[in-house]
Design a protein around this ligand. Structure first.
Ligand SMILES: CC(=O)SCCNC(=O)CCNC(=O)[C@H](O)C(C)(C)COP(=O)(O)OP(=O)(O)OC[C@H]1O[C@@H](n2cnc3c(N)ncnc32)[C@H](O)[C@@H]1OP(=O)(O)O
Ligand SMILES: O=C([O-])CC(=O)C(=O)O
Length: 464
């Protein structure tokens, strides 16, 4: 929740809560609150806040809905509540009000590391607060303890042909985790609505915790890299993910910390986030809801674009050679457009400037791999594509998005199998979707069911 614009009553309530929480640390010297305990404290205030917003503003309008918005993919239509992050077209994403550079500065880091730990980001997404070092350490341990995947899910993955796309395998495995859903079980046992959030929280924690093992199994099955090593309970989430994928390079671990943080959430309207929220609104458990998110993320206009960027760059290199001139790159970009294809990694449904996630990855590349030939090509493409898209005159945003840069970073460290890239995006996106699912159930969010119209109905409506 953004706690910035609050009534005096709500701020007083919240300050009292925060004060109580810190007094509890100070006076008892007890263990700091766990994420679930802190959430339990925040939920009553948030329920009151939403009640108050609805009482005060419930009948106010955001403005007209245009017929073009119905035909045009609902661009700009205010339609969803999403608390973890808000996207500004010019400035890019803020997680609970914090920009990417602010998160890089404020969130806890691993010893010796300089990138934020995704554990801290998850805490921030859920509570709006920056956790302590001790709290993220506890979260790393908790996720490590929950990381094991049921044997039958491993068997499902082992039986997938290596030709089945890693994203399809990922979605199958996540959906199958529903077998052990705490929410589904509690619902069958007749749980009260006010307790929905607790089992949703448990499932969400299990979901996030099990993703590294699932991703590692898919990677090793498809790309033939031997058996999975065990999770180390004393290591952080990204470190364990890197190990499971077979990488022991500390710079790669730092990359994963940054990667998961910046890919975690992008407000609620993007395909994967909205799908998760929609499916969750039917009280499908977090595994079913996030499995659906993954199927949306697997589309080339959304998360698959990071794979598409690398494929496109490699094809370009094959055609015009390495160290090609700007002219040759421009010609290749034009040939893509003239063939009726999109330039992958460029454009965005909301953003109208360079994606700050692109900038964060570019800065990482400048720090760690300034001389990588593929990074140089990515930078060269950045210097020519926006002008071409402007000249072509169709794309509303000619600037690069997050996917234009992620593949080159992964491939620099040897993760060259681009069909796998969107799986890492999916591991990250679970953080944002899970955080909102928990709040949706805590706040009693209703079944989503907007109104649809036929073209005939619209035609008749305006004829009169
Ligand atoms: C994590 C993410 O999901 S980030 C996005 C990842 N996707 C990509 O990078 C794929 C390439 N980009 C695109 O296809 C688009 O820019 C999208 C899907 C991201 C956004 O789509 P929209 O909001 O519809 O974009 P926009 O309003 O600018 O589209 C207008 C026209 O420009 C075209 N256009 C937009 N971006 C591009 C591009 N990168 N290359 C060529 N044409 C483009 C659209 O295809 C559309 O053409 P049409 O009128 O013939 O249908
Ligand atoms: O916001 C969007 O529509 C797409 C995107 O960048 C994301 O989901 O990360």
């Amino acid at each position: 929740m953004a706690f910035r614009a609050q009534s005096p009553l709500l701020s007083a309530l919240r300050s009292a809560q925060l004060a109580r929480a810190s007094v509890r640390f100070a006076s008892t010297g007890a263990k700091p609150l766990t994420l679930k305990e802190r959430l339990a404290e925040l939920i009553p205030t948030e329920i009151e806040k939403v009640k108050q917003i609805r009482a005060e503003h419930g009948k106010k309008s955001f403005g007209p809905v245009l017929v073009d918005q119905l035909y045009g993919g609902m661009r700009g239509l205010p339609a969803l509540i999403w608390d973890g992050s808000v996207l500004d077209a010019e400035e890019g994403i803020r997680f609970r009000g914090k920009s990417i550079p602010e998160c890089q500065e404020l969130l806890p880091k691993a010893p010796g590391g300089s990138e934020p730990l995704p554990e801290g980001l998850f805490w921030l997404l859920l509570t709006g607060e920056i956790p302590t070092q001790e709290q993220v350490k506890e979260l790393s341990r908790e996720w490590a303890a929950r990381a094991a995947v049921p044997e039958f899910v491993e068997e499902i993955l082992d039986r997938c042909p290596p030709t089945l796309h890693p994203m399809s395998q990922f979605s199958l495995a996540v959906t199958a985790l529903n077998h052990d859903s705490a929410f589904a079980k509690a619902y069958q046992e007749g749980i009260s609505k006010k307790d929905y959030w607790q089992s949703t929280f448990e499932d969400s924690m299990d979901l996030i915790a099990k993703l590294p093992n699932i991703a590692g199994t898919i990677y090793r099955n498809v790309f033939g890299d031997g058996k999975l090593p065990p999770i180390d309970p004393e290591k952080d989430y990204s470190h364990n993910l890197a190990t499971l994928l077979g990488f022991d390079n500390e710079a790669f671990v730092e990359l994963l910390r940054l990667y998961i943080t910046i890919h975690s959430d992008h407000e609620g309207g993007n395909v994967s986030a909205h799908t998760g929220k929609l499916v969750g609104s039917a009280l499908s458990d977090p595994f079913l809801a996030f499995g659906a998110s993954l199927n949306g993320l697997a589309g080339p206009l959304h998360g698959l674009a990071n794979q598409e960027v690398l494929i496109w760059l490699r094809k370009m290199q094959a055609k015009i050679g390495e160290n090609a001139s700007d002219e040759a790159v421009k010609e290749y970009v034009w040939s893509t457009l003239k063939a009726g294809q999109v330039v992958p990694g460029y454009g965005h449904a909301v953003l109208r400037k360079t994606d700050p996630r692109y900038t964060a990855q570019r800065e990482f590349a400048l720090k760690h791999m300034g001389n990588d030939p593929l990074f140089k090509l990515v930078a060269q493409v950045y210097s020519v594509v926006p002008d071409i898209l402007l000249e072509a005159g169709k794309a509303k945003n000619p600037w690069p998005n997050v996917d234009a840069h992620s593949g080159v970073l992964l491939s620099h460290y040897g993760l060259t199998q681009m069909q796998f890239y969107t799986v890492l995006f999916g591991v990250s996106r679970a953080f944002g979707v899970a955080a909102q699912l928990i709040w949706d159930r805590a706040l009693g969010a209703p079944l989503e069911r907007p109104k649809s119209y036929s073209s005939d109905a619209i035609h008749k409506m305006f004829k009169q």
